[in-house]
Design a protein around this ligand. Structure first.
Ligand SMILES: C[S@@+](CC[C@H](N)C(=O)[O-])C[C@H]1O[C@@H](n2cnc3c(N)ncnc32)[C@H](O)[C@@H]1O
Length: 330
């Protein structure tokens, strides 16, 4: 069976030539407006594609900054390299690497930069990359202490067809090239980030990503949606290994299950989540459950109270800190 990097290379080599004739350039600009990069920052961009975010980042970090883009599609990287040649000043601040973004440990060109990045920015790709916790775990060591991750993931009601397709493929012993079944609501990713030692600082719901209106479908649309998903989203190159008819039947069952006599609403929304590497023994930055979605300021009264407990370092683990803060609030 095709591995995740092989599937990504297949899909994006095919899309590379027309990739930027799409909503992606506008969306990347919108995303980058929200990222507080500063001069001299070092930025890692796993799954950088044709470099949409990397070039904006290169402008923001200035001539002493560094942007490193990693991608597994040679053709997407070709697009980025061609732009480097067209825009040499920005291009000189960008290093492009052909590698699997899930295995940065085996990338010789990157080893000296381990633990040095101020930001990691992953746009429109995280849900392609397999087990989300494993991905965050693999990426975190590349950040310096307190470094930030900016990652978008699709809303649970965005491209529901693709989520059903994941289930259908799984049932048939195949691997659909995305992994979104774990996204249930806006908290799903927060829990993963926290478990992996990140402090979630903000989540923003961005609408109107591709320009498609919110649409509703009924049970009768199952076959049309199967065709749409297979032929358009993945450019028709996913191999069903002779199981396409069975896949169509399973998809219809899944679709009818969620329609359940009603309508299926499909939205054009993403969650954009910014999180920070947790620094040992710094409970004041914890942002969790009952405290909503933004970081608790260091100066807040609740953090002051907490600090006054002078807990021993073993109690300063992030998880216990969260519970303690929650308790204090009540
Ligand atoms: C939708 S594009 C996003 C590109 C860029 N971030 C943007 O927003 O325009 C997804 C990119 O992820 C890359 N990709 C997916 N899986 C990858 C992996 N395991 N390692 C490196 N790149 C990967 C693909 O090759 C493709 O260029």
């Amino acid at each position: 069976m095709e591995t995740q990097p092989q599937a990504a290379a297949r899909m994006y080599d095919e899309r590379a030539a027309n990739y930027e004739d799409s909503w992606h350039p506008d969306y990347s600009r919108r995303l980058m407006e929200r990222v507080p990069l500063k001069p001299n920052d070092r930025v890692l961009v796993p799954c950088c594609g044709t470099g949409l975010e990397s070039f904006i980042a290169a402008d923001m970090v200035g001539s002493d900054g560094l942007v490193v883009g990693v991608d597994i599609s040679t053709k997407m990287l070709q697009g980025a390299r061609a732009r480097q040649a067209r825009e040499p000043e920005l291009g000189s601040r960008i290093k492009l690497i052909y590698h699997d973004a899930m295995s940065l440990d085996t990338c010789a060109e990157l080893q000296d930069l381990r633990g040095t990045f101020d930001f990691l920015i992953c746009s429109c790709a995280f849900v392609l990359c397999g087990d989300p916790a494993a991905v965050v775990r693999a990426w975190r060591p590349w950040l310096k202490d307190g470094g930030r991750m900016v990652i978008d993931i699709t809303h649970e009601k965005n491209l529901i067809q693709g989520v059903l397709m994941e289930k259908v493929a799984e049932n048939l012993g195949l691997k659909w090239p995305s992994n979104r079944q774990w996204i249930r609501n806006s908290d799903s990713f927060r829990h993963i980030l926290e478990e992996e030692g990140m402090v979630v600082e903000s989540v923003e719901l961005l609408d109107n990503i591709t320009g498609k209106p919110v649409s509703t479908f009924g049970a009768e649309d199952a076959d049309a949606q199967f065709e749409y998903t297979v032929n358009w989203l993945l450019a028709g190159t996913f191999s069903w290994e002779g199981k396409e008819e069975r896949a169509r039947d399973l998809f219809r069952e899944e679709w009818e299950n969620i329609a359940c006599g009603g309508r299926i609403e499909i939205v054009d929304w993403l969650y954009l989540r910014q999180s920070r590497d947790y620094i040992e023994g710094e409970p004041s930055m914890i942002c969790s459950n009952q405290h909503g979605e933004s970081a608790i300021p260091k100066s807040s009264a609740i953090c002051e109270t907490f600090r006054n407990f002078k807990l021993s370092s073993e109690y300063l683990s992030r998880r216990i800190t969260t519970t303690a803060l929650t308790g204090l609030r009540r």
